[in-house]
Design a protein around this ligand. Structure first.
Ligand SMILES: [Ca+2]
Ligand SMILES: [Ca+2]
Length: 212
């Protein structure tokens, strides 16, 4: 037995000598266990032991194989945080994915924190991808341009590991373009006729728009 999922609940591991594999049954916490998952080992495993062989806080398994006279070590996938390259403009809200977490046992037991690198930290929103990885999304508005170190920290269940990923964020000043055009609908706002002269002063209205 051992807590393979880091939720504080003991799970079960069994050696299946006739099937050349071991089964892991994850504790649901209500007296039941999730459907067993099989992992292939050597020939005729007769014993299993658990321990964290990699020092990442996640329990691993070793099985002794009687027919093949050897042992098989099964390592849990390590927790990995891969931070995306994101682009942000100053004073403009950024919302979207910032990182991908792999090796997390469950979205329910995983927490992500986003340090935006400008003194602000916010919790990340986690969604599960079809391949089992988790996407970390967040929202933030940078108040000044510059280069910032974006840090995403993922934490699994209380007994599990914590990993951090970092990426540089370049926050640019918004490039504004100004277009000035003559409002052709109101060309003649007023005209001043000088008595005795042939010239007319014509004032026109000009409008300006700014594109961000
Ligand atoms: Ca567990
Ligand atoms: Ca481990």
């Amino acid at each position: 037995m051992g807590d393979f999922t880091g939720d504080g609940l003991l799970d079960i591991v069994i050696a299946n000598a006739h099937n050349n594999n071991v089964s892991v049954l994850v504790n649901n916490g209500d007296g039941t266990f999730a459907p067993h998952q099989e992992f292939a080992v050597g020939s005729a495993p007769v014993g299993v032991a658990v321990g964290d062989f990699t020092g990442d806080g996640k329990l691993d398994i070793v099985a002794t194989n009687s027919n093949s006279n050897n042992a098989t070590v099964l390592l849990q996938s390590p927790l990995v945080v891969q931070v995306n390259t994101i682009h942000a403009a100053v004073n403009t809200p950024f919302t979207g994915p910032v990182a991908t977490i792999s090796g997390a046992s469950s979205v329910n037991d995983t927490i992500a924190t986003i340090n935006w690198g400008d003194g602000f930290t916010s919790p990340g929103t986690l969604t599960t991808n079809p391949d089992g990885t988790l996407t970390v999304s967040g929202s933030h508005t940078y108040m000044q341009p510059g280069t910032f170190l974006l840090t995403v920290t993922a934490t699994e269940g209380a007994n599990m590991g914590q990993r951090t990923g970092q990426a540089i964020v370049q926050v640019n000043t918004i490039q504004a373009t100004a277009n000035v055009f003559e409002n052709t609908n109101i060309q003649h706002v007023f005209s001043l006729a000088t008595v005795g002269a042939t010239q007319h002063l014509i004032a026109r209205q000009w409008n300006a728009t700014t594109g961000w």
